[in-house]
Design a binder for this molecule. Structure first.
Ligand code: UDX
Length: 448
């Protein structure tokens, strides 16, 4: 299919790069913009600025100028080019936590809208995808209409993105739902056209007002965080009562009303979304006079951060009460497997705390070493799990990459100083490790 609707994507990070490639895959001509020229240069060669499974292949299929590509995807750094090209403009820039505050930093979204809108001289739809505090969309819609030569013909809609890193391509091409926050029928019709393929494949399309669309995203992430912190709170009880949180979660999961997903206890949630999104929701609720409604999120955040400290303590205790001079191998630096993202990564945070408390820490991650080194240059890095484990007094499993589950405990046992494995993700098989003479410890699980 070659659609007459032309699409642009502003901000080419995890969200935008994937969205741009997916839109080209759906048959649209797409122009992507980022203010970082190196990112554009990389993308134009068919390489994603981040590690995301399947994304390089998708870019290779569509980036203009690459051999055998559809040529439907190209890039620019000019907002004037963007406005001249597109009918629908997706805003995919990030909204990080503001330093020293709970609220999120809207400056990238605001800057994108301020730069784009003055060029909008014909009927267009600006579609926000970034996660923003409720109320932002209505404010930005007014701003677009004010700045655009097309006036009210330049509309704004909010279409939150629910993609998970590691599954971004899959989640973007076949989302489990599409939420369209709109103020009129034209915007709804445009979004139905953009998403015609997933809608035809059965993806539910939910039309809401602007604030509800913004809130769906905040609420989804608040719920997921709550579920993870719930099971981690139960892990704390298990530790006190000598219970097993893995068996507990399994038994809870059989209850259809609860479900199995997001009940994996361990060192907790991190990444560029959940931690900052629950804090941004607390901040915004406060501004709206509804702070009490989400005061429980403070506890969710606290439980989560406690798990990192608990992992450090478990390591100290296992090493006989002191970390000083102890060799610790850390397997995993990314905040989750199949990603090279180390933003607010529990694994890297724990590695850093152990190092600061006197341990000699060597980190290995299949994809995130480069990013980790930038954040924590003082840690030692290895190029394989076995290399990291050389002479280690303890091996910590902190990001559940498949290759760590496939480690042969007997082989790794040959290189370590002490056969001591601490599983921060509860995904290794304790029996397998114990059979090879390892001491296996994990958060929320009995010692032996
Ligand atoms: C999340 C949301 O899932 C996604 O819908 C939203 O668009 C962005 O934020 P993501 O940050 O990619 O996606 O990761 P997710 O898979 O949700 O995991 C978040 C964190 O929770 C990771 O650190 C993960 O290790 C942790 N986690 C997840 C647990 O500790 N236990 C679980 O059971 C599940």
């Amino acid at each position: 299919m070659n659609s007459p609707t032309k699409i642009t994507v502003i901000g080419l990070g995890y969200l935008g790069a994937t969205h741009a490639a997916a839109m080209a895959e759906l048959g649209f001509d797409v122009l992507g913009l980022d203010i970082v020229p190196e990112k554009i240069q990389k993308l134009a060669r068919g390489h994603a600025p981040i590690y995301e499974p399947g994304l390089d292949e998708l870019l290779g299929r569509h980036v203009a100028g690459l051999p055998g590509s559809s040529g439907r995807l190209s890039f620019t750094t000019s907002f004037a080019d963007l406005a001249a090209f597109g009918d629908v403009h997706f805003v995919c820039v990030n909204t990080p936590q503001r330093p020293g505050e709970y609220a999120c930093d809207m400056s990238y979204v605001d800057a994108a809208v301020e730069a784009l809108a003055p060029h909008l001289d014909r009927p267009t739809l600006v579609v926000g995808k970034s996660t923003v505090p409720v109320g932002s969309a209505a404010r930005l819609a007014r701003r677009v209409a004010e700045l655009a030569p097309a006036g009210a013909e330049a509309e704004l809609a909010w279409n939150p993105e629910f993609l998970r890193e590691g599954f971004a391509v899959e989640d973007t091409l076949s989302p489990d739902r599409i939420v369209a926050g709109v103020t009129g029928e034209r915007a709804e019709a445009t979004l139905r056209e953009v998403y015609a393929t997933p809608i035809a494949a059965g993806t539910p399309f939910l039309v809401t007002d602007l604030p509800t669309a913004e809130l769906v995203k905040s609420a989804a992430n608040a719920f997921l965080s709550t579920k993870i912190s719930f099971i981690n709170a139960m892990a704390e009880i298990c530790e006190a009562a000598d219970g097993d949180v893995v068996r507990l979660a399994e038994a809870l999961g059989h209850d259809d009303r609860i479900g199995k997903k997001f009940l994996r206890a361990g060192i907790g949630f991190g990444g560029g979304c959940l931690p900052k999104d629950i804090r941004a929701l607390m901040a915004r609720a406060g501004e709206l006079g509804a702070a009490e409604a989400v005061s429980f999120l403070r506890e969710i955040d606290a439980i989560n951060m406690r798990r990192r400290a608990a992992m450090v303590e478990l390591t100290r205790e296992s090493l006989g009460g002191s970390l000083l001079g102890k060799r610790v191998a850390v397997l995993g630096a990314a905040f989750k497997p199949d990603s090279d993202d180390v933003r607010d990564s529990p694994a890297l945070n724990i590695a850093g705390q152990l190092h600061l408390q006197g341990a000699q820490v060597t980190v290995y991650d299949p994809k995130a070493v480069e990013n980790a080194r930038r954040v924590f240059p003082t840690l030692a890095y290895a190029s394989s799990a076995v290399e990291a484990a050389q002479s280690a007094d303890a091996v910590l499993h902190l990001t559940e990459w498949r290759e760590f589950r496939e480690i042969d405990p007997a082989a790794m046992g040959e290189v370590v100083g002490e056969r001591r494995i601490l599983d921060g993700r509860n995904t290794l098989d304790p029996e397998l490790w114990r059979k090879s003479g390892w001491t296996y410890r994990a958060l929320g699980r009995p010692t032996a």
